[in-house]
Write a protein that binds this ligand. Structure first.
Ligand code: GLA
Length: 376
């Protein structure tokens, strides 16, 4: 759990954004809930290349205090800090990457005090064998530093990292293309280069369902950084989601055990955004100690049904209405794989008890809304 600079600040990232994100994690209570890593994404170094010793150089205009001072600041808040690179000569935004420099770069990040690496895959060969090789090289280099650096793989799922990410040393791996601040997919046509499709939350739901069984303690399916609270602002495209859609986004990331990396400006969150990101039960479902990612157990009419067993014997259940009309949903215990009948329902988003489950539980679900329950 944490925050990443990309969605909001993109290539303009500056040390002030990092410091104020760290401050805000503490002052808003997000840190107390477990949001811990502050991650600097792409565009932190000088674009021209390495110094005479072959080291990456932080951009002095963006990071005038230097990386050591920044990691010390973030650590002084009781938080951890992450950095970014790419398994090729250049990152996605065209800055120097780490291919062929793995040990040197890992040592540099460790000497600065970084605790996390997001390792991207732009400009690298497309095949799976090369990806496994390049990610494993960096995995070894990070281990060799002797510092505990959480390794986050970002090749967007195309080479099935859920099958080999753990062996490469990864603790999380992206399973999907970039998520935009949108319910539906967005096609991007760069000025120079091929068109590509960024996905919306609706597509993420199917990807999450496809890979759910491969996540678990020590290795998590990463559905990408949260777009909650961006509301159309920031680096990434998309016009923004409705509050109900943002809640659906958080519900599925939570039940699927995806890392929760916030992407909005933490210093300017409105009430809706705070309520979503700071929902205790939602985070509790995500962080439950069993670490069993929820599964999509049923699709009926416009609704997807997800369940996840929790450590205290209760079950988290998310019912997502993906349709564009509201619907009255009747849920039988068997739909959720529940064996005994009398169960108490707690509504996570209403933050209140919501009656007994009984033989059949009825609820009305708005278009693109999710009812997120804990059934005890
Ligand atoms: C890729 C990644 C994003 C972000 C950008 C930075 O698109 O998937 O998460 O890191 O690169 O350029």
């Amino acid at each position: 759990m944490g925050w990443n600079s990309w969605n909001m600040f993109g290539w303009k990232v500056h040390e002030e954004n990092i410091r104020s994100a760290a401050d805000a994690l503490v002052s808003t209570g997000l840190k107390d809930l477990g949001y811990e890593y502050v991650v600097i994404d792409d565009c932190w170094s000088i674009k021209e290349g390495r110094d005479n010793n072959g080291n990456l150089v932080p951009d002095p205009e963006k990071f005038p205090s230097g990386m050591k001072a920044l990691t010390e600041y973030v650590h002084s808040k009781g938080l951890k800090i992450g950095i970014y690179s790419d398994a090729a000569e250049k990152t996605c935004a065209g800055y120097p990457g780490s291919y062929g420099h793995e040990e040197r770069d890992a040592e540099l990040w460790a000497s600065w005090g970084f605790d996390f690496l997001k390792y991207d895959y732009c400009n690298a060969p497309w095949d799976q064998a090369t990806a496994i090789d390049r990610y494993t090289r960096m995995g070894h280099a990070l281990k060799k530093t002797g510092r505990d650096i959480l390794y986050s793989l970002c090749e967007w799922g195309g080479r099935n990292p859920h099958l080999w990410g753990r062996d490469a040393g990864g603790a999380m791996w992206r399973v999907s293309p970039d998520l935009f601040d949108s319910w539906i997919d967005v096609c991007i046509q760069p000025e120079n280069g091929p068109a590509w499709t960024a996905i919306g939350v609706d597509t993420s739901l199917d990807i999450a369902a496809r890979v759910s069984e491969y996540g678990g303690p020590g290795g998590w399916n990463d559905l990408d950084m949260l777009v909650i609270g961006l509301k159309g602002k920031g680096q990434i495209e998309g016009a923004g989601l409705s509050p109900a859609e943002y809640r659906t986004h958080m519900s599925i990331w939570s039940i699927a055990c995806s890392p929760l990396m916030i992407g909005c400006d933490l210093t300017a969150m409105d009430t809706d955004t705070r309520k979503i990101l700071l929902n205790k039960e939602c985070v509790r479902v995500n962080q439950d100690s069993l670490g069993i990612p929820g599964k999509r157990v049923l699709q009926r009419n416009s609704c997807d049904f997800w369940t996840k067993p929790l450590e205290d014997g209760s079950t988290a259940a998310a019912i997502v209405n993906r349709g564009s009309q509201s619907t009255l949903c009747k849920i039988a215990a068997g739909d959720l794989g529940l064996l005994d009948k009398k169960k108490q329902v707690y509504d996570i988003w209403a933050e209140s008890p919501a009656g007994d489950f009984g033989e059949e539980y009825s609820c009305s679900i708005e278009a693109h809304e999710t009812k997120f329950f804990i059934i005890r």
